[in-house]
Write a protein that binds this ligand. Structure first.
Ligand code: GCB
Length: 595
């Protein structure tokens, strides 16, 4: 299930950025892939290969072309096409992209083409050859192009198809905008013939710094590997086995400062193997569960968080997460809300975001888009979900901020779903046994003795380290928010619980002090006060990530107050704080003071 190449730190390795101006061309009938009777083109002759109409016409001035992507309009990659043009605002389908570029002079090095993400499916052609395909809108993928690349005038064509179906992850209906396109950076990554494909460097629970390193290439076996952390005066040395792997460890030096939200210390770490060197900035901390407690560096911690979609502030987000966009979003959580935690929902966010969480000091819940009604009885869908999970975990295993791998959100219980989730939980642990596994669950509500009574009885509970429940009593359903504080919660497992979601829509600036009606800021304040009062009475609660930091686009939301936006944000789409923001911020300030 793991990708062919991991190219750990591919975003930082030596290379050439291909971000910037690209041509784009709509293809609603998928005409570039299939002929007029629906027969797939031979990929070496089909329209995807219409690399240069000018070249073809130079050979045959009479050649017939009805499409010339070289003349198509130009946009900036990365960024979703929803912002290219009014015509593309609601487009959901196939889009062609073209980038022409010169490459570094050919050398003894290997070259990989790395995409940070393309949503949802991508077929990639370079200089007339198909180099590969990828499914999944939120994780990186790379193809080797060493022998296809030329020094001058490369033509890179990418067909990105945003269309989802019952067989995709996520499927068609989600409560967020699709954001089709090449949404993260594209780079040529240059490596020696044998290179460090993967490294996993961490602090173990028994106080050692451990490194697992995997090389790729003809010389991967029997190569000397050195992992150095100069600030700790620590160097781990070893030699790879026949598979190109080596595992090294040593007692952590006394001088090690452990990473935490209060002390987000990152160390420069380099991994050297043969001619290759990769560098990273890594924090060292431990995370575990003891009874109903979550322990960070051995100490109980309460997660003061909020959920976040990958959308920058602004009236027309295009999912362009730059360092400054990530800093603004995460900074609002850490400094505005007094938070120490963020749920990156409902899919892997950009590595820019997870690196920023390491840097500014926020704990992270990282999720794969197994959302609502995935086809749980399909082995192909499970394979696709596990591949996304592997790509996410392998990209981010060295981020100290990430403490929880979530295997999905609000999925309906069935035997097929339970087996699917069990396989996902086992797969996460097989790739990274050092973090906690969770899922955002639904719970069982009834009225007992006139009170709301909630039981966490999802059959998947035994597979999870931390329980998480989305709860909307007082917004969805018939419960009144006045009754929510007296809710009684039951969980037989003895495990820690997070409220992974709760929230109420409010239009920024809309007040109704008389009736506190829905969509008013007054009602959102009541909802937060009621739910936080409930939270205080749950003995096994160890944190929360209310829904959500900022208003986000959702085609499902088309009322007068929403106009295509889910308005459960504590800040508006442009970043104005609603009143409930201050309710949560004060609550977290008190919580932090209690620690
Ligand atoms: C949920 C979902 C989230 C929705 C939210 C809502 O339970 O997990 O994706 O956006 O509720 O606003 O209804």
């Amino acid at each position: 299930m793991t990708p062919q190449y991991i190219l750990v730190n591919g975003d930082l390795r030596t290379g050439v950025s291909l971000s910037g101006p690209w041509h784009w061309s709509l293809d609603p009938y998928r005409d570039g892939l299939y002929d007029f009777h629906g027969k797939p083109y031979d990929p070496t002759k089909g329209r995807a290969m219409d690399i240069s109409v000018a070249d073809a016409m130079a050979k045959n001035p009479n050649a017939l072309f009805e499409h010339d992507i070289h003349r198509a309009p130009v946009t900036q990659v990365p960024g979703s096409w929803i912002g290219y043009d009014p015509e593309t605002r609601h487009y959901d389908g196939l889009m062609w992209y073209l980038k022409t570029f010169d490459a570094p002079a050919r050398s003894a090095k290997r070259v990989f083409l790395r995409f940070g993400a393309a949503d949802y499916r991508a077929d990639v052609y370079l200089n007339g050859q198909k180099v590969g395909s990828h499914e999944g809108g939120f994780t990186p993928f790379s193809f080797e192009v060493t022998d296809i690349l030329r020094e001058k005038g490369n033509n890179l064509i990418v067909a990105v198809d945003s269309k989802r179906s019952a067989d995709t992850v996520p499927p068609t209906i989600t409560d967020w905008e699709t954001y089709g396109g090449i949404t993260r950076d594209v780079r040529l990554v240059i490596t020696p013939q044998t290179f460090v494909d993967d490294d996993f460097i961490r602090l173990t629970k028994d106080g050692r710094i451990a490194a697992d390193v995997a090389l790729e290439g003809a010389g991967k076996a029997g190569t000397a590997v050195e992992v150095a952390i100069p600030a700790l005066k620590l160097t781990l040395k070893g030699t790879t086995d026949a598979q190109g792997r080596v595992s090294l460890s040593a007692a952590a030096p006394k001088s090690l400062k452990r990473w935490s939200p209060d002390t987000p210390v990152l160390y420069d770490v380099t991994v050297k193997a043969g001619e290759d060197t990769v560098s990273d900035r890594i924090g060292f901390r431990t995370i575990e569960v003891r009874g109903a407690d979550i322990l960070l560096n051995g100490e109980p911690i309460y997660l003061r968080g909020i959920s976040l979609h990958e959308e920058e502030f602004g009236t027309s987000p295009q999912r362009i997460i730059t360092q400054s966009a990530a800093r603004a979003l995460l900074g609002e959580i850490k400094y505005g809300l007094n938070g120490n935690y963020v749920r990156l929902s409902h899919y892997p966010h950009s590595e820019v975001m997870t690196r920023m969480a390491d840097e500014i000091g926020l704990l992270v819940w990282s999720e794969v888009p197994v959302y609502w009604t995935v086809k749980f009885d399909s082995p192909t869908v499970l394979k696709a979900a596990q591949r996304m999970q592997a790509e996410n975990i392998l990209r981010d295993r060295n981020r100290a901020s990430i403490i929880i791998w979530s295997i999905g959100n609000e999925t309906p219980v069935s035997d097929a779903r339970n087996s699917f989730y069990t396989a996902m939980a086992q797969h996460a642990r097989a790739i990274d046994g050092t973090r906690l596994v969770s899922a955002a669950l639904l719970s069982h509500r009834q009225i007992v003795d006139g009170r709301i009574d909630i039981t966490i009885d999802d059959p998947i509970v035994p597979e999870l380290d931390v329980l998480a429940v989305n709860t909307y009593n007082g917004w969805y359903g018939n419960d009144k928010i006045e009754d929510v504080p007296n809710t009684v919660w039951h969980s037989a497992s003895g495990k820690p619980l997070l409220l992974s979601e709760f929230g109420a829509d409010a239009q920024y600036g809309h007040f109704d002090s008389e009736h506190h009606s829905r969509f008013s800021e007054d009602y959102q304040v009541d909802f937060y006060n009621g739910t936080l009062a409930m939270a205080d009475k749950i003995p096994f609660l160890r944190g929360m990530s209310p829904w959500i930091l900022k208003d986000f686009r959702s085609p499902r939301r088309q009322t007068t107050w929403q106009e295509g936006w889910n308005r459960k944000g504590l800040v508006s789409e442009t970043g104005q704080r609603k009143r409930a923001f201050f309710v949560l911020s004060d609550y977290y300030k008190k919580k932090a003071a209690e620690e």
